[in-house]
Ligand binder design. Structure first.
Ligand code: 9WN
Length: 433
């Protein structure tokens, strides 16, 4: 077993190697630009080592915020090449809201940013310097959350929707299989493109060609609609109220309330909004018979009964009551997601007994460290300290034995996807702190 100091040093080396001078790349070659939720997780790691870098990470992202408050899922690095789809595919100039001089994508990712900003402040040795940063970020975070509730709450019910699998952060999760099958593409609808990802990592670890066709089809739909949300809301074949996304906005609103209070503003509107999301998640996404939260397909108007590790994450935002939490934890243990005996590295991203489970293919089974981090925090929040400690040990074992990979085979622990993956390193730093 490596010492904690040695592990920390290695994690720092990964972040340092991926630091571009302006932001931290998620991975050395596979992801050469800045990604939105990666930036927040990465800031949670940098904050233990270098507050300035942590701040710079979020500053760089929010500099690319759209006029309507949207925080893009990718901020393109001018000098970087070798990622598909690049700025030309997104055509964000068709939107009056996109920034004129910064190239970005036109979709979002889960909102972890206020959570990261508040953690950075609490952690800071020099609170005065960090307070100035909080003051600078506060209006931008508000605009970001306002955008989500204004543009993405279809029924004004306190739940925000996503309109692309990439917006969930869990691109090829089995959650989307049914919707993607419904999206039948005629030959003329099938975009022509050349992927880069499969030249950099094993093809079997990545989403399929059919999935990429649909990802690109949706991007074209958005560009042709000029990114006009009112039009997209009515025409997009993919509209989902996602458990993970809504959990993270719920927690982010709670953290925004803390930030507001610290800055002398009224925290109550943010607390109210967080409570409203929590109530809506419990009302609409909780399945009492199955004791689990499920995504909701707004197009078919019905739940998506697919069991992902993400379905347990409402624990992170304090959404379930004590009884629901106990049932979630029993479910976690009984279902093969969580193993005390080490027969499977907990927690795989998707139900190991589920249809289409794969131990190597991206979000269809492998263990991801960010999902584990959310579950560790959530379990600890409800007093399940042994469970949280067990997951913490699993994460440590995975990186010690295999390195800082993007995701891991749940049975062998072998690393998959990109090596030197930034949020794995960052969240290990946070867990070791
Ligand atoms: C598309 C950067 C991102 C993560 C996502 C992960 C993957 C991109 C891709 O990489 O998605 O956004 O090209 O596969 O699924 O969660 O933010 O690390």
């Amino acid at each position: 077993m490596r010492t904690t100091t040695a592990l920390r040093e290695q994690a720092c080396q990964v972040l340092e190697a991926n630091w571009t001078g302006r932001f931290t790349k998620p991975a050395p070659r596979l992801y050469p630009h800045q990604w939105s939720w990666d930036a927040a997780f990465i800031a949670l790691g940098w904050m233990h080592e270098n507050q300035e870098r942590a701040q710079q990470e979020l500053r760089h992202l929010f500099r690319a915020q759209w006029k309507n408050g949207l925080v893009p899922h990718i901020v393109f690095h001018r000098r970087a090449r070798g990622y598909f789809p690049g700025p030309g595919v997104w055509e964000t100039h068709r939107s009056p809201d996109a920034p004129a001089r910064i190239a970005t994508s036109g979709i979002v990712q889960p909102p972890v940013h206020a959570t990261a900003a508040w953690a950075m402040y609490r952690q800071a040795r020099d609170r005065r310097a960090t307070r100035a940063f909080l003051e600078e970020l506060f209006p931008k975070l508000m605009a970001w959350h306002d955008y989500l509730f204004r543009e993405r709450d279809y029924h004004s019910e306190g739940l925000v929707y996503i309109r692309h699998p990439w917006e969930s952060g869990m691109d090829n999760a089995p959650l989307w299989d049914g919707i993607e099958q419904r999206m039948h593409l005629n030959p003329g609808d099938r975009p022509r493109y050349r992927r880069v990802d499969t030249t950099l990592v094993a093809e079997a670890d990545r989403p399929t060609g059919a999935e990429y066709d649909r990802y690109l089809y949706l991007v074209r739909l958005f560009a042709e609609a000029g990114y006009d949300e009112a039009r997209l809301r009515e025409s997009c074949p993919f509209l989902v109220e996602d458990v993970l996304f809504n959990t993270l906005i719920c927690q982010a609103e709670q953290d925004l309330a803390e930030i507001a209070a610290e800055l002398g503003d009224d925290p109550e509107p943010f607390r109210q909004r967080a409570r409203r999301v929590a109530e809506a998640v419990n009302r609409k996404l909780w399945d009492d018979r199955r004791a689990l939260y499920f995504d909701y397909d707004l197009v078919l108007d019905r739940p998506i009964w697919v069991r992902m590790a993400a379905c347990f994450t409402p624990l992170f935002a304090g959404i379930p009551d004590g009884l629901q939490a106990a049932r979630l934890v029993s479910h976690l243990e009984a279902s093969g997601f969580f193993n005390w005996d080490g027969s499977c590295y907990s927690v795989p991203s998707y139900d190991p007994n589920g249809l289409g489970f794969s131990p190597v293919q991206y979000w269809r089974g492998p263990v991801w460290i960010n999902i584990n981090w959310l579950l560790i925090e959530g379990l600890a929040r409800y007093g399940y300290t042994e469970h949280a400690a067990h997951l913490g040990r699993t994460v440590r074992l995975l990186v010690e034995r295999n390195g800082f990979y993007e995701y891991y085979h749940p049975y062998t622990g072998e690393g998959h996807g990109s090596e030197q993956f930034s949020w794995t390193a960052a969240l290990v730093l946070d867990l070791l702190a």
